[in-house]
Design a protein. Structure first.
Length: 408
């Protein structure tokens, strides 16, 4: 059924914005009129149709940063804590949120809530914006009447995730810039400089060393078959993406990343930090362990770790402890399992998970710095090696040619 975005006035003359579903625009107007609303403007939400027709573009163009979701959670928790009704809270947030697509999601949620759905049920309709832990924790808050703490904890979780992502992105800026600069200089030398030097050598019938012939051949291929290189890169990227999208491809890729020096160590620390943070929030809100692990398993973005958690759930259902069920994990170290065991013994698993997340967040910071320090000399060596090879291919025959001219 089509969606229509509307602006209307209620019986008190107050402006309201929202989304209504109806078969056509006239039916939408009638539906709003029956609710006591006087429509000022109404438009069909065609962006919703585009999102349904082009899921790939949806992911790319309609992406909502996790930081924005965290801000929404914090604002909603604060407003609800002040005793403001949920409907008015969402209306207030709609006016303040800057992200257009998050605003549309909140408008849709408000429309669902006015139709009788709960906040957790409305969140379930937007899984790309609100992961599984959101509706699960909100449902607990609904049953206890304590939204505020739950939403603030979720906001903290989103802030931590956004902060971690930002640190990784900042750490990769230098290697990416160095790599791009190296590629640009190399392409310039191969496309512009080498062809001119080749003509010079040809005019003197100079005998060229092997390294120069290789570089000239590479220059010729790059100049004349650049289109083939682009097609190969695009086809290779699409093929890799399709393979990685398969279950076996994703598993193989995740296993490979775990074995990459430095990167694998960083990845494990990130996974442990996210696992501990999510599990602690769920358990603190009295979500049962099995349910919490199922939610964390869905949230974890790593197939190997997800399989380990799923296997642990089966063992726990059979009567095992969490720490014992995770023995042999490729992700969780013996120190982590030991702390988890201590938490179980003292009946303080949520608190222990919180401490673990804090420890590993600090470890992630250290690992990111280590990764940056490791990549800097490697990138300098690679960049220098490529440019040195090209320059050696140019200068070696130039030097010989100069000597021959002087000896004539």
């Amino acid at each position: 059924m089509p969606l229509f975005t509307y602006v209307a006035f209620n019986k008190k003359g107050k402006e309201e914005k929202g989304i209504v579903d109806a078969n056509n625009i006239q039916a939408a107007r009638t539906k709003l009129k029956n609710k006591g609303l006087y429509v000022r403007s109404i438009l069909e939400d065609r962006e919703k149709e585009e999102r349904d027709l082009f899921p790939f573009l949806t992911k790319l163009l309609y992406r909502i940063p996790r930081k924005e979701v965290g801000l929404f959670s914090k604002m909603l928790g604060t407003l609800l804590g002040a005793g403001i009704p949920l409907d008015r809270c969402l209306m207030s947030i709609i006016d303040q949120i800057e992200n257009v697509y998050l605003k549309k999601v909140i408008i849709e949620m408000r429309a669902d809530i006015t139709e009788g759905l709960s906040l957790s049920e409305s969140m379930k309709k937007h899984p790309t914006v609100f992961p599984d832990q959101y509706p699960s924790l909100i449902a607990v808050g609904e049953s206890t009447g304590n939204y505020e703490d739950t939403l603030h904890r979720l906001a903290e979780l989103e802030e931590k995730s956004a902060e971690l992502k930002s640190k990784v992105q900042v750490a990769m800026i230098y290697p990416v810039i160095m790599g791009a600069l190296s590629l640009a200089v190399s392409v310039f030398l191969l496309i512009v400089v080498i062809p001119q030097i080749e003509q010079l050598f040809a005019s003197f019938n100079a005998t060229l060393p092997l390294i120069t012939r290789i570089v000239i051949g590479l220059s010729y291929f790059l100049t004349n078959y650049w289109w083939l290189i682009i097609i190969s890169l695009v086809a290779g990227s699409l093929g890799f993406a399709k393979w990685k999208g398969t279950e076996n491809g994703m598993k193989a890729w995740d296993r490979f990343l775990l074995k990459v020096p430095v990167v694998g160590s960083l990845l494990k620390k990130v996974l442990v930090s996210n696992f501990a943070r999510n599990l602690s929030i769920l358990l603190m809100n009295r979500v049962p362990l099995i349910v919490s692990l199922n939610i964390v398993s869905d949230v974890v973005n790593h197939t190997v770790f997800r399989e380990e958690i799923s296997a642990a759930i089966i063992k726990i259902k059979e009567g095992g402890k969490l720490s014992d069920s995770l023995q042999g994990s490729q992700i969780l170290s013996q120190m982590v399992l030991g702390m988890l065991n201590a938490g179980e013994a003292s009946d303080k698993v949520p608190e222990m998970m919180t401490k673990l997340s804090e420890i590993y967040e600090s470890e992630v910071d250290t690992a990111i710095k280590s990764l940056t320090q490791s990549l800097e000399p490697i990138m300098i060596l690679v960049m220098g090696g490529i440019i040195f090879t090209i320059m050696a291919a140019i200068m070696t025959p130039m030097y010989k040619l100069t000597q021959e001219i002087q000896n004539m």
